[in-house]
Structures are given as C-alpha cells and as structure tokens.
Design a protein around this ligand. Structure first.
Ligand code: FE
Ligand code: FE
Ligand code: ZN
Length: 275
C-alpha cells in the first residue's frame, strides 16, 4: 500500500488538518510551513500538535510532508536572498521539531545565472549551516522540472548536493512525478528504468515521498505545469503503475494537482480503489 493525501491549509491549525484529511479519506498530507510566497510563520500551539499526533496514531497515517516556501532560494545570485533563505530554513527546521519525525521538503533552488555547480555548492553550504546531529526531521530535496535555472532536475545534481552535505543521513529525496517527466525521465514507457537509474545514482533508500501529479506537457518540456490525475500527458494508466510499483510502497504520495477539495477527495478515493 501507499499513503495518499494532498496539500492542506494550515490556517486552522494542525488538528484541523488531521481531521480534514481523515474526512477526505486520506492518510498523509502536506502543508506549507509558512506562506508559500514568503512571509512570517505563525507560532505553533503545542496542544494543537498533540491532538494531531493522536489522529495520526489512531488512523495509521504515513509520514507527513511539510513544504518550504517557494521563495526560499539557497543559491540565488543575490546574497540577501541567500541569507533570507538560510534564515527561513533554520527557523522552519526548528519549528519542525514541534512535529517530530516527519518530512520537510524544499526546492533545492535556482542558481539565477551562477551556473549549476555554484548552485549545488551554495545549496550544500546552506544545509551544512542548518542541519544538526540530533534533529528529528528528514529534509527532502525535491526533484525539479528544470524550469529556468532550477537546480535538481537530474538525479546526478541531487546526488552531488547529498555528497557535499556533511550530515547527509538527515537528507532524502521527494520525487515529483510531473517534475521528473517534464525533466525528461520517461516514467510512462520506462518506469522500471527510471527507478533503477534513481537507485544507481541516489539510492532508493533516500526516496522518502512522492508528489503525485500528472503533467500538462510532454516529457522533457521543462515546464512544471501540474495536471489532474489521468488528464495529462502521463495519463491514468501510468499514474496507476507508479502507485502500485513495488519500489514505492509505504511512501506518502501527495497530490499537488489543480483541484478544489471535492477534486482531491475524488482523486484520493480513486487511488485508494487501486489498492
Ligand atoms: Fe514543490
Ligand atoms: Fe512538487
Ligand atoms: Zn511543480
């Protein structure tokens, strides 16, 4: 089996997210640690988190997948943007300790003209300044579509970030199906080959979460436009094959498809019907 859920708003707190996901029929979820476009994070209420923990245990939830702000760019050419990203990362990881043993996913960054190598080095520098030995969160690098100057569009780039990070036992990868498809990995015709390649370069033991999205574009388009399950170029058959793939069992699958609540409920129901 896999765990299935979608992005939820943190506006009404942590318990509310747990209850909402139970009502949606899912057993994992994602949330933004702060406004995805940037801004200050709200204080976390410990009692609220305790109530969420109860729901997670009672309903056998899989790991939760927090998502960093899109504005957090550890490898911007602008030093103040990098410094700001480092602040956000440090704060977010401190805050994640209130919701221990979960996953925190971030976009590695966009090098904004500095080149991939400098980008990779700056991302690893940021991680080296932020991770600590007894932290309780696994930090996930998200596979990117390669739009603009995004770093992390190949498994090799992610591998290099991992290699340059000292405490890389704290690191994992979140595989976004739309992103790797747009990045040129043909998960429709050669899913086994792509996963074998991932295993060789990064190691499947690093794979901790899936962003489960269809794509509005063809393989290799480098566009990053998500589509509803079965309505894009990846298609329903391939999406189902991904969800049922033996190498991906027991992972949290997060829907980031263009849907309202109703649409997410339907997709969760659909995925559950496959298992
Ligand atoms: Fe993302
Ligand atoms: Fe994603
Ligand atoms: Zn995306």
């Amino acid at each position: 089996m896999i765990y299935i859920g979608c992005h939820l708003s943190v506006t009404n707190g942590y318990e509310a997210m747990g209850r909402t996901m139970v009502s949606f029929g899912g057993n994992t979820f994602a949330w933004f640690t702060r406004n995805p476009r940037g801004g200050k994070a709200k204080d976390i209420d410990n009692a609220d988190v305790q109530k969420l923990q109860q729901i997670l245990a009672e309903k056998n939830f899989g790991k939760l997948v927090a998502h960093a702000s899109y504005t957090m760019n550890l490898c911007s050419a602008k030093p103040e943007t990098r410094a700001n990203a480092l602040d956000m990362l440090k704060q977010d990881l401190q805050r994640m300790e209130m919701v221990p043993n979960q996953l925190y996913n971030f976009h590695p960054g966009s090098h904004t003209g500095q080149g991939v190598e400098i980008g990779i080095k700056q991302i690893a520098d940021g991680l080296n300044a932020s991770l600590w030995p007894d932290m309780h969160t696994t930090v996930l690098l998200e596979t990117m579509a390669g739009k603009g100057s995004e770093v992390g569009k190949t498994f090799e780039e992610l591998r290099e970030i991992i290699d340059r990070t000292t405490l890389n036992d704290k690191l994992g990868v979140c595989l976004d199906t739309c992103h790797i498809w747009d990045g040129g990995y043909d998960i429709v015709n050669d899913l086994d080959g792509v996963l074998t390649n991932f295993d060789k370069i990064i190691g499947l033991d690093r794979l901790k979460a899936i962003h489960f999205n269809d794509s509005k574009n063809e393989c290799g388009a480098a566009k990053d436009r998500h589509e509803k399950l079965g309505q894009g170029f990846i298609g329903m058959e391939a999406m189902k094959r991904i969800a049922l793939h033996p190498a991906l069992q027991n992972l949290p699958f997060i829907l980031e498809t263009p849907n309202d609540d109703e649409g997410y409920m339907e997709e969760i129901k659909l995925v559950n019907s496959w298992m």
